[in-house]
Design a protein around this ligand. Structure first.
Ligand SMILES: NC(=O)c1ccc[n+]([C@@H]2O[C@H](COP(=O)([O-])OP(=O)(O)OC[C@H]3O[C@@H](n4cnc5c(N)ncnc54)[C@H](O)[C@@H]3O)[C@@H](O)[C@H]2O)c1
Length: 288
């Protein structure tokens, strides 16, 4: 398949990342199908997308016409069979290998054999995910966006052991068409950026659990002296404490329990208490 053959893109999961990816896809002119497990979740996601785009229009980052064009190009569905006409799929459901197995097994049955199937996983192996697809596993690749997906330019395009050159080139070309800066990465745990970022969160959590510094103080120091746009706690709230915890656990396991990547009890406690960051309006900070 060539880049000009791609007309319809399916995005799986309408959470933090799926919504941003759908905006990128529709913004680049593709018919975009946004799939999630039920209509209530989808309606909530639609409201958030509308608010995000209205804000961008208010700030004159996009015109009102562009806003409406993007909204008109995003079609919501909770019926997985509706993905059968997709030319390219970007999966952005929860970071859980069993769930990804279920989704890719379904896609294998529903989609055409030439439909490229990518995953936005932050840490799971693309090669392992390829094994869930029996027909043409060489059409699987990683397409790792950064949060917020409609703003951040970088996309790690991950080559699994079975990924063909055509799949890789098409994913790179699509990233560019979406206005992104693609970087090809190898299929190693957490690829490039997230692997480097692990100790940023891990050490901040350790410092907090040891009582060496507080949340606000650490964030302030990292921003004012370290030059970071956000401190580690602000960033964890943006990512989602649950997503960050799942990624940390999978990286820790992938490196055979290397203590460098060990998750922190604070993450588990917050997930158990549904303190997931911005998405639940409370994490390390409170949000209105
Ligand atoms: N949050 C980040 O900063 C970030 C950055 C890059 C990559 N990622 C990756 O993107 C993926 C999604 O993360 P997120 O932050 O958007 O999570 P999220 O929790 O915000 O959203 C996940 C969505 O998946 C949906 N879902 C659950 N089961 C599903 C199923 N069977 N089929 C389809 N959808 C289903 C949920 O209803 C939810 O809407 C993960 O793999 C994560 O590692 C996250």
């Amino acid at each position: 398949m060539k880049i000009d053959d791609i007309k319809t893109i399916a995005v799986i999961g309408s959470g933090t990342m799926g919504r941003g990816i759908a905006i990128c896809s529709a913004g680049a002119g593709f018919n975009t199908i946004l799939y999630d497990i039920n209509d209530e979740i989808l309606n909530n996601s639609k409201n958030i997308i509308e608010k995000d785009l209205a804000k961008s229009a208010e700030k004159k980052k996009i015109t009102n016409e562009k806003k409406n064009e993007i909204l008109n190009k995003i079609n919501l569905t909770s019926v997985i069979d509706d993905l059968k006409d997709a030319d390219f799929v970007i999966e952005a459901a929860l970071e859980n290998i069993e769930l990804k197995k279920e989704i890719f097994t379904s896609l294998d049955k529903i989609c055409r054999p030439d439909t490229v199937l990518t995953t936005n996983t932050s840490s799971l192996s693309i090669t392992t995910i390829s094994t869930f697809v029996k027909t043409n596993p060489e059409r699987i690749a990683g397409m790792h966006f950064f949060n917020p997906a409609n703003i951040m330019k970088l996309v790690e395009v991950v080559r699994g052991d079975f990924t063909s050159e055509d799949t890789l080139n098409l994913t790179v070309a699509l990233s560019k068409k979406m206005g992104k800066v693609p970087v090809v990465a190898k299929d190693t745990p957490a690829f490039i950026v997230n692997r480097i970022a692990r100790p940023f969160y891990g050490e901040a959590l350790k410092i907090l659990s040891e009582g060496s510094s507080e949340v606000e103080k650490t964030d302030k120091i990292m921003k004012s002296c370290g030059g970071f746009a956000m401190g580690p706690f602000e960033l964890m709230d943006l990512i989602g404490i649950d997503v960050n915890f799942s990624v940390t656990k999978s990286v820790y396991e992938a490196f055979f329990n290397d203590p460098k990547y060990r998750p922190n009890f604070i993450q588990k406690k917050m997930v158990d208490a549904n303190l997931l960051g911005r998405k639940t309006k409370r994490g390390f900070y409170k949000y209105e």
